[in-house]
Design a protein around this ligand. Sequence first.
Ligand code: HEM
Ligand code: HEM
Length: 225
Amino acid sequence: MIKRQSLSNRIVHWTIALSVFGLIFSGIGQLPAYKRYKLSDISGMAWTADYQITLWIHYAFAIVLLAAAAYHVCVHSLRREFDILPKRGDFKASLQVIWAMIRKKEEPPSAKYLPEQRLAYAFIAFAIALLIVTGIIKMAKNVAGWNISDSLHFWSAQLHNLGMILIMLGIAGHLAAFLFKPNRKLLSAMFSGKIEADYAIRRHGLWKEGVKAAKKANVAEKKQR
Ligand code: HEM
Ligand code: HEM
């Protein structure tokens, strides 16, 4: 096994995942959908119909999301780690990888991230950035009492709702990726932080540090035997 994801990356991933789930749940509460669809009639769930409670839950998760997103952007900019940003030709390369997975044929070698992971990252990051910007505008009006124009109010609300649809589609696509068996080998990266050395060599041949660590791990294992 070799290291793929640092503890810091894993904490950021799961903090963002948890806060996004909390924001989706509390955001839908403000629409307000839970009273209408009777979720609040179930015992112990009456609070879901209380606008003030879901609003405060929304704000609490928004602060967590903002902190994790700011940390993520600062850390990777300072360390100059940009492996996950999309590159030219990623769209075509993604189709080649997916087509190879479907036909169970050999894939073209990938770097640390598969081309479709880089595109997924950009899509999810765009949706979250849209939600943060429009959320801050809505919050400035509510909490700070800013006087914003009617059109800014209208568009921030529409784009906030569009952001929610995009992030839901992004999460569905992200989880659907694990329907493909080869991708499941990456699941351990987000839990233990490690992946199999042979898997890194086979699939991520262009990931220099990963391949180097994998070869070293294989030599060490042979010596032990
Ligand atoms: C709100 C929920 C979530 C968000 C916003 C999110 C976001 C992301 C993003 C942007 C990436 C990098 C791009 C990619 O690999 O596609 C990623 C990677 C990953 N995520 Fe998630 N994720 C969420 C939930 C989950 C869940 C529930 C799981 C596990 C079942 C999961 C497992 C993984 C794994 C295994 C990777 C790949 C790590 C690697 O390549 O080393 N994610 N996630
Ligand atoms: C995954 C992220 C998020 C999702 C899915 C989401 C979803 C929603 C939804 C569905 C609503 C109700 C629609 C409406 O009242 O117009 C809402 C309202 C709101 N959201 Fe978000 N949101 C997210 C992130 C944020 C963030 C990061 C902030 C703040 C920085 C924020 C601030 C607000 C505010 C202030 C309201 C309006 C409350 C009101 O006046 O009724 N949201 N959100």
